[in-house]
Design a binder for this molecule. Structure first.
Ligand code: CA
Length: 424
């Protein structure tokens, strides 16, 4: 077999993808924290400029609000502190301090990402909330001829900045690119939210101080930890078909709407205009389940008859979120009602769905560590539940032997064992 060098293989894949029409056309880069290694200095400059106004802010606040235009950020701080700040003078002072700190430098690894994108035949441009006067010169100096400056979007191009999708929609409009054919590279939660809202595939690169979960929750499709880590991977994200668009519902009606079965028929329109007059959705309320572990480290399990499969099996506690309840309130109530256990430290382990194509509800899976027996069960007439305490090893062996059939329970249990492996 012939050994290809990485580059030859990369070019081959890009040409193949291009011939198939399976190539993203445009990559829109956020600027601060992606193209420029500037956020630590921005954070210091903001902190100092605001301190001069008698306002103390934490760096987290700057990172959480990164992507807002200077005006939006100052107005937000004014609102929070009940102060009428003159945004132009505060912004000017902040810019001055930023310059004194030495200004921006290129982000390590970004040059390689831009070169890979060019090799694949896609374009790169910039979408930023910055209103800096000589952005083009700075960026061209760091990344010569690699960025499409004609179609750059800055603070002056849209009335509403990030987290609204407007700046990214403007980037798509300027370049004439459908949202499905564009990728956005962002480092900040508000920018991710904006790009996701514009319908683009979003690569988040966590170059800041926030935990990854903030970026995932903002709508990131994948998270990297540096531009250098992204550089050898970017071609795989470019060589994909168009990002699928959302369906629109033309009309909707119910076949049945009963407490335990609600079937909705939607007449839907696909992004390409095709219509399906009959897409069925089974609606349920949201559900909860609980991996409850006693102070002795035993898992609180139940056995009950399940009529769908006609079997008696092991399960963890589960139930429906009642009207007006939060997921955790429902989970605590269900655990006490079904097993008589309560207390302990609670955390959300997973939010999942049995089948997103045809079901509309979510299941919130909790872990309760250190629960204790408080009282007897309080069951509905359809519930015939016996309570069983199992060791971690026994639960693990039930999972391995495929003895737990409820997928919404096996998912968080397997996650639990991935994060807390058996020691022996
Ligand atoms: Ca940024």
């Amino acid at each position: 077999m012939v050994q290809h060098s990485g580059n030859v293989m990369l070019n081959f894949f890009c040409i193949f993808a291009y011939m198939q029409g399976n190539l993203k056309q445009l990559v829109m880069f956020d600027m601060d924290g992606v193209l420029l290694d500037s956020m630590p200095k921005h954070s210091i400059a903001w902190t100092q400029a605001l301190k001069e106004q008698g306002i103390d802010i934490e760096p987290d606040f700057i990172y959480l609000n990164e992507g807002r235009t200077g005006k939006d950020l100052i107005e937000l701080i004014g609102k929070h502190t009940d102060r009428n700040l003159d945004w132009t003078s505060v912004y000017q002072r902040k810019t001055e301090i930023f310059k004194q700190l030495g200004g921006a430098c290129p982000m390590a690894g970004t040059l390689d990402v831009l070169k890979e994108i060019r090799k694949c035949g896609a374009r790169s441009t910039v979408v930023t909330g910055s209103g800096h006067s000589n952005l083009k010169e700075i960026l061209e100096g760091f990344y010569p001829s690699l960025l499409d400056h004609e179609n750059m979007v800055t603070a002056y191009d849209t009335e509403r900045g990030k987290p609204y999708p407007d700046p990214y929609l403007e980037g798509l409009r300027k370049t004439g690119t459908p949202a499905g054919k564009a990728i956005v590279i962002e480092n900040a939660p508000l920018g991710i939210q904006a790009a996701h809202g514009a319908g683009c595939f979003v690569i988040a690169v966590n170059t800041g101080i926030l935990p990854d979960s903030v970026l995932w929750n903002a709508g990131a499709d994948i998270v990297f930890h540096s531009m250098a880590e992204l550089a050898p991977a970017i071609h795989r994200f470019l060589q994909t078909g168009s990002e699928p668009g959302l369906w629109k519902t033309k009309s909707s009606g119910y076949l049945i709407k009963r407490p335990w079965l609600t079937a909705r028929k939607d007449h839907v329109v696909l992004p390409d205009g095709h219509e399906n007059p009959e897409h069925w959705v089974i609606e349920y309320s949201d559900w909860v389940n609980v991996i409850a572990i006693t102070t002795d480290g035993e898992f609180v399990f139940e056995r009950q008859y399940r009529h769908g499969l006609g079997i008696v099996e092991y399960e963890i506690c589960a139930g429906v979120i009642e009207e007006g309840e939060t997921p955790i309130e429902a989970a605590k109530r269900e655990l006490l009602e079904e097993t008589g256990y309560c207390g302990g430290e609670w955390s959300l382990e997973m939010v999942t769905c049995q089948n997103p194509s045809v079901c509309s509800n979510l299941t919130y899976c909790f872990i309760a560590r250190g629960v204790e027996f408080a009282s007897g069960q309080n069951l509905d007439y359809t519930e015939d539940i016996s309570v069983h305490l199992l060791s971690a090893k026994e639960v693990h062996s039930l999972l391995k032997a495929d003895k737990l059939k409820q997928a919404l329970m096996t998912a968080p249990l397997w996650k639990y064992f991935a994060e807390n492996p058996l020691t022996e």
